[in-house]
Design a binder for this molecule. Sequence first.
Ligand code: ATP
Length: 274
Amino acid sequence: MSDTVNDTVLEIKGLQVKYLTTRGDVTAVDGLDLEVRRGEILGIAGESGSGKSTLAVALLRLLKPPGKVTAGSAMFRPEGRSPVDLLKVDGEELRVLRWSALSYLPQGSMSSLNPVMRIEDQFRDVILEHAPARKAGLSELIQRLLAQVGLEPRVARMYPHELSGGMKQRVLMAICVALEPDLVIADEPTTALDVTIQRVILQSLADLRRDFGVTLVVISHDMGVHAQLVDRVAVMYEGKLVEVGDVRQVFKDPRHEYTQQLIESIPQVGRRAS
Ligand SMILES: Nc1ncnc2c1ncn2[C@@H]1O[C@H](COP(=O)(O)OP(=O)(O)OP(=O)(O)O)[C@@H](O)[C@H]1O
C-alpha cells in the first residue's frame, strides 16, 4: 500500500508571506497549499511578480525584511530524519538540513561561485563542512559529480572566470546534489542562458533526478521549461495557486484562463507560425 505521508517530501499549508513596506503591505504569497512528492520534478510557473521567488526564499528561510511569513506551515520529511516545519526550525537545525537534505539553486546563481577559488575547493568546502566523513575519496566524488553534469575532469582545477555561464550553472547543480539532498529548489535555472545551453541544463536536471533520485522543484516563468522537464506543474498568479496538475494534462486542458495565456506565450507549443 502506498503511504501518502511518506511519499510527500514537502507539504505546504496555508502559506502567507507579506512584504511590510512603508507604503503598505504587499501579500506576495497568499494562502498557498502545495505538496511535493518524493522523486518528482514539480514546476512552479507564473509571470514575473506572481510570488515564485518569495515562495522559494520563504521555504529556505532566506526571506529578508521587509518580507515576513505571516501564516502557514511547511512540513519537510527528509528520509531517515524526523519531519520538521521549515518555517519553525531554528538556526542550528537549519544548518544541518542545508545541502544535506535541502539545497537551493538561487536565481542568478552563476555569480555565487567564489571567484578566487578553484572549482574543486568549492566542492570541498560544502562537502567537508556538512559531511566530514567524506574526506576519503573526495577527489573521486568531485570527478563523479562533474561527470554527472557533463563536465570534464579538468574543470575541477579551473577558476569560475574560465567557465562559461552554462558550465558554471552545471557546477552549481553538481554542488547542490553532492550530499544527496532529499529536495533541491532551483529558481529560474535556465534564465540568462542561450537556447542551446538551456536544453543542456534541462537535460542535466532530468539526469540528476534519474541518477540521484533527487526531488526537484523548478521555478520558471517559461512554460517551455515546464513542458520539457517537469512531471507536475503548479501555476501561481498574484500569490495564489490557480492550478496544479500533471503537466501534460495542464497543457492539454488548462482549467484557468491565466494558464492558457501562459501556454500561448510559448510560440512553438501554443501557436502555429502563420
Ligand atoms: N523586497 C520587497 N519589498 C516589497 N515588495 C516585494 C519585495 N520583493 C518582492 N516584492 C513583491 O512581492 C511580489 C512577488 O514577487 P516575487 O519576486 O516573489 O515574484 P516572482 O514570481 O518570483 O517574480 P520574478 O521572477 O520576477 O522574481 C511582487 O508583487 C513583488 O513586487
